[in-house]
Design a protein around this ligand. Structure first.
Ligand SMILES: NC(=O)C1=CN([C@@H]2O[C@H](COP(=O)(O)OP(=O)(O)OC[C@H]3O[C@@H](n4cnc5c(N)ncnc54)[C@H](O)[C@@H]3O)[C@@H](O)[C@H]2O)C=CC1
Ligand SMILES: O=C(O)[C@@H]1CCC=N1
Length: 270
């Protein structure tokens, strides 16, 4: 077995996002780590799963504790893992929850951990995620570098220096895969409604979204150039874009959607 490249973590919550991170990290090689989740399914040795905090070895010393529970479960989760906080950096992937709010909660257990906020997305599961991250001042440069290694093991990392920007990061890239999957859904349904066989509609919709994403990932061109490359003057794409690109259509709808998501992130801080 090759040496693990990633630090030791205590992952709290192995749901959709925590599970995606965990899968990505396992593939890269993680120092012996623990997953805490009452629905915990087995993990390969030397890692272990804990269904309750009582299952976590007292002498386990994680480098990072990753909080991947719903924002509403933050207080319970922090109280549960408080004994393992000393010496660890807390990484919250929760939408909305602020550094100050998390410190307040940890303070109730007599802890004041360095806190880092990360907003990953589910393509992390296949190493294709993008994470927006913010480190509070008390995260040391060495710990920040380790956190970057952890986060970049599942995709790209974009740091922000203003914590408030994590809300718009959440709206764009944290929630963003859902918008792209919705596009695939709608393309498929529309193909079906226009008479394509179900399997063909599915193949065309998924292939288009994944192929366009893959081209975007490797192309040096700007996204608007890639769009123009598809658009013949007076052709079919131009006809579709004349509907989508009017100011009342996608530009307005996307702005409203992103604003709604960012506003919800601010509400979730409470
Ligand atoms: N799903 C996504 O695409 C993204 C989610 N997030 C954030 O990740 C967090 C989790 O979201 P999801 O994974 O979607 O939710 P989820 O409901 O799929 O997962 C939450 C997990 O936490 C576990 N859990 C609840 N309370 C716990 C406790 N006290 N101790 C240990 N485990 C506990 C649950 O059993 C569940 O497995 C949220 O705060 C969300 O804002 C961030 C980025 C993207
Ligand atoms: O929907 C949510 O609140 C979470 C945060 C970003 C993606 N999922």
């Amino acid at each position: 077995m090759t040496d693990p490249v990633l630090p030791r973590v205590l992952l709290v919550g192995r749901g959709k996002m925590g599970g995606a991170l965990w899968s990505g990290w396992l593939r890269k090689g993680l120092a012996p780590s623990v997953v805490l989740d009452r629905h915990g399914t087995a993990v390969p040795a030397p890692h272990r799963v804990a269904k309750t905090p009582a299952d976590i070895p007292q002498d386990f010393q994680p480098d990072f504790i990753i909080l991947a529970v719903k924002p509403v479960a933050a207080a319970d989760a922090i109280a549960a893992i408080a004994p393992w906080l000393p010496g660890a950096v807390l990484i919250s992937v929760m939408a909305g929850r602020t550094v100050a709010g998390l410190r307040d909660i940890a303070g109730r257990s007599g802890c004041r951990p360095p806190v880092l906020r990360a907003m990953p997305n589910t393509p992390a599961e296949i190493g294709q995620g993008i994470t927006g991250a913010y480190a509070s001042d008390d995260v040391s440069p060495a710990r920040r570098a380790q956190a970057e290694a952890l986060l970049s093991a599942v995709g790209a990392v974009a740091w922000v220096t203003d914590e408030a920007q994590i809300d718009i990061v959440t709206a764009i890239s944290g929630s963003g895969p859902a918008y792209v999957f919705l596009l695939a859904e709608l393309l498929e349904k529309t193909g079906l409604a226009h008479g394509l066989p179900a399997q063909t509609a599915r193949l065309l919709a998924r292939g288009t979204v994944s192929g366009a994403g893959a081209l975007l990932a490797v192309s040096p061109e700007e996204s608007d150039t890639l769009r123009r490359n598809v658009t013949s003057p007076n052709g079919t794409t131009a006809a579709a874009l004349s509907v989508l690109m009017t100011s009342e259509a996608w530009p307005k709808t996307i702005d409203q959607a992103i604003s709604a998501a960012a506003a919800r992130a601010r509400e979730l801080a409470q």
